[in-house]
Design a protein around this ligand. Structure first.
Ligand SMILES: [Zn+2]
Length: 490
């Protein structure tokens, strides 16, 4: 909670603050002493200078001007004086490709990439490619559709309509439709809040939507909600339980088929049919195949079908707020963890888990940018959210010791929500239970949605800081909150 500010932002700011997209595109400065300006044209004052060959990540674009992240601030540079570098995506050719801590066989094994898993390439040293692992999990999970279609040879004629993957609804007052799945591509048109569009592709958090003039364009996924209402999930009493982590789910019944995604040990998938030794299962509003030899079939009707256990949040919209961001780091851990980094990581992880359970998710921020508390509550109030969750990590001064999780609510009516989420978290993470409490925080007080603020552990405690940084904790916390929400909506 440390460092919370309550600057009053006018609503118009929302339009500028929220679309600062997270993407790996960057600019390389082409000249010396290039001015970084406070706004997107020459009339704005210079905030400072950047030098030739320096690289900065892009946060936005307007006309011929690019907004960059620069010394923990943002500023605008003229696009004709920089070179835009698109991120490069690479994929593994084999299953269980070792991911090492450094470039060389002596690097510790940190994890594995599965065949066809795609990741962002950051850098290369000799024969070793530095990949962005943190993004890999989220990216593979959310956007396999686009990579899949991207890789397919385009034999079909342009006239052939693509298959609609579902509908998205605009969740912000005015939304830019862009030519590519990045916030620095050109704006084709704008659409208004409440408008609903079929989408045909999904790529790194962006949706390719069909426009009325038979054209298509890309919209930012964090500014729309998924419209699940028209989708029906096949009902089945037969499910399979996965026996291994990172089990591949494929587009057809053999290992020659494209990997659509993966799922972990214990996950249950609803069976649509059996083809040879392969199961066709429900997967993400569509279907996928999993090898019969590596799953266990559950025929009992007592076992909840996957469509029920996985779709308990269907029709619900959850607004996720990653605390702090940008120049406001929040608390700083004993070993240097920034609260703002952890909160974003948790929110992104939680987003995936909620979506797997059928929920739509709106994020207040999706990258390391500053967002005022008023902007966060305004976004929540304007959204179709059923619940608002603000994610934080706790801290006490070095002279004190504290550990554990607590959940705050403001209105008495949200006490049940708080206690459901708190018990979900405690059951799932095993961290100590600090209980629920009334918290008079701006983000709860000015929120019209049932809202809670979770403090997911103390980064001022060396051990707990280590725990909460682990991916195991991150997914347990996500599952805990999700379970809490499922109980709350029951
Ligand atoms: Zn905080």
């Amino acid at each position: 909670m440390k460092g919370w500010m309550s600057l009053v932002f006018i609503l118009a700011c929302l339009l500028w603050l929220i679309p600062t997209a997270v993407h790996a595109d960057s600019v390389k400065v082409q000249v010396d002493n290039l001015n970084v300006r406070s706004g997107p044209d020459l009339s704005h004052s210079a905030l400072g200078k950047v030098q030739k060959n320096e690289s900065y990540s892009i946060v936005d674009q307007k006309g011929d001007w690019i907004k960059i992240n620069w010394n923990n601030k943002t500023g605008w540079v003229a696009d004709w004086l920089v070179k835009v570098k698109q991120k490069e995506t690479v994929k593994s050719k084999v299953d269980y490709l070792r991911v090492r801590s450094k470039a060389g066989m002596d690097g510790d094994i940190q994890g594995y990439l599965m065949k066809d898993e795609k990741v962002t390439k950051l850098d290369q040293q000799g024969e070793w490619v530095h990949i962005d692992r943190s993004k890999a999990s989220g990216w593979v999970h959310q956007s396999y559709m686009s990579t899949y279609s991207e890789e397919q040879p385009k034999k079909t004629s342009e006239a052939e309509p693509s298959k609609s993957l579902g509908k998205v609804k605009v969740a912000t007052a005015l939304l830019n439709v862009r030519s590519k799945a990045t916030s620095n591509s050109s704006i084709l048109t704008q659409v208004a809040k409440g408008d609903s569009f079929e989408y045909f592709d999904e790529k790194q958090g962006w949706y390719k939507v069909g426009l009325s003039n038979n054209k298509s364009g890309w919209v930012a996924g964090w500014l729309v909600t998924k419209d699940n209402s028209s989708k029906t999930t096949p009902q089945s009493n037969t499910t399979v339980s996965l026996q291994y982590n990172a089990t591949n789910l494929r587009s057809g019944p053999s290992t020659n088929h494209e990997v659509l995604g993966s799922s972990d040990k214990g996950d249950q998938l609803s069976v649509i049919s059996k083809e040879g030794s392969w199961y066709k299962v429900s997967y993400k509003d569509s279907s996928a195949y999993v090898a019969g030899s590596i799953v266990k079939e559950n025929k009992s009707s007592n076992i909840k079908s996957a469509s029920a256990s996985k779709g308990n949040l269907r029709g619900k919209t959850i607004v996720l707020d990653a605390g702090h961001g940008g120049f406001d780091p929040g608390a700083i851990g004993r070993n240097g963890t920034y609260e703002k980094t952890l909160t974003l990581q948790t929110a992104q992880n939680l987003k995936s888990t909620l979506e797997q359970n059928g929920a739509s998710v709106v994020m207040t921020r999706t990258n390391d940018s500053y967002l005022s508390l008023s902007a966060r509550t305004a976004l929540s109030n304007a959204s179709s959210g059923d619940v608002f969750i603000s994610v934080h990590y706790n801290s006490v001064p070095a002279t004190n010791r504290a550990t554990g999780i607590n959940t705050y609510f403001y209105n008495d009516s949200t006490q049940t929500l708080a206690s459901n989420i708190q018990s979900g978290l405690i059951n799932s993470t095993g961290l100590s239970d600090r209980g629920i409490a009334n918290g008079n925080f701006h983000i709860l007080r000015n929120n019209q949605k049932p809202s809670v603020l979770v403090e997911l552990g103390f980064i001022s405690d060396v051990n707990e800081e280590k725990t909460v940084n682990s991916s195991g904790f991150q997914s347990k916390a996500s599952q805990g909150i999700t379970n809490g929400l499922i109980n709350y909506f029951k």
